[in-house]
Each structure stands twice: as C-alpha cells, then as structure tokens.
Design a protein around this ligand. Structure first.
Ligand code: FES
Length: 151
C-alpha cells in the first residue's frame, strides 16, 4: 500500500497525528508560547505563619511568589522538599521561558515544567533531554518563621 493510500485509509485525524507527532512534546521556534522574563534581583521574604504560606507546612508543598521587585520581577516557586528543607527556583522554565515550573514529589522531589515536560533536580540540573539549560535556583535562609529567598 502506498503511503498516500495508507494515510487516507486511516482518516484525516490519524494522518495528522502521524504527520505532526511533536505538537506539544517537541521544542520549536515557531511555537506561540507566552514567554516571561527570568527573575532578576531576587531578594524577598516569606512569612511562614501567613495563610498564603500554609502549603509549606508539609513536605512536598509549594507556593508561587509573583510580585514586582524594585530590580525586576519575581516568579519563584518556593517548596518544602521531601526532607523538610525549604528550597526555591525560578518558575520560568529554562527551555522556552513559560512560567510553568512547579515542585513535584516524584523521583525524590524535583522541579517540573508542564509545558513540554522538562524535569530538573533541586539544584537546577536538567534531568531529561527537553533542555540542557539549567533551571535557576535561589538561596534560602530561615530565621524563626521568616524565610528569605535571595540570589
Ligand atoms: S517551556 Fe518547554 S519544558 Fe518548559
């Protein structure tokens, strides 16, 4: 059976799927993604007693911090890892700068971007082949119930 006949026999939707298998899984310069600036000048505190910080009470919990700073914007995911340590990373993915990075409890606790599935270790090292660019991670310092996140 010729390819053209084979595709026709599968129907239009199957032919589309065979022809364009990477619509959401592969990177492309032509993708129409909203891109966000990398966080810059990061230095802020989180009151762990505040209601907004409640997810950080549990290992594996995280919050998103998004606020304008004098030196730029912060789009940060702050998490309590599975060992109970507070960690922070850019919410802006190093692959194509979408703001979809979150902390997940898989593989001992990693950062993951839902746009194309990039996975990063807690120190920002890429864990799959989606991107070779490391994710930006930030320092954390806990004083009482105040968490400082900074570069
Ligand atoms: S933007 Fe592609 S994996 Fe995050």
């Amino acid at each position: 059976m010729e390819r053209k006949v084979f595709l026709k026999s599968l129907g239009a939707s199957a032919a589309f799927a065979l022809t364009f298998p990477c619509l959401h899984g592969c990177s492309s310069d032509s993708e129409d993604l909203e891109q966000f600036p990398e966080p810059d000048g990061v230095d802020f505190t989180v009151d762990l007693d505040a209601a907004e910080a409640a997810p950080l009470a549990n290992n594996g919990g995280f919050i998103l911090v998004k606020s304008a700073q004098s030196l730029g914007y912060t789009d940060i995911v702050v998490a309590r890892n599975l060992e109970g340590n507070l960690i922070a990373a850019s919410q802006i993915c190093s692959h194509q700068q979408t703001e979809e990075v979150r902390f997940i409890s898989e593989d001992g606790g990693i950062f993951r971007c839902s746009t194309h599935g990039s996975r990063f270790s807690q120190n920002g090292t890429p864990l799959n082949s989606i991107t070779s660019n490391p994710l930006r991670v930030f320092n954390t310092e806990l004083t009482g119930t105040t968490l400082r996140v900074f570069e």
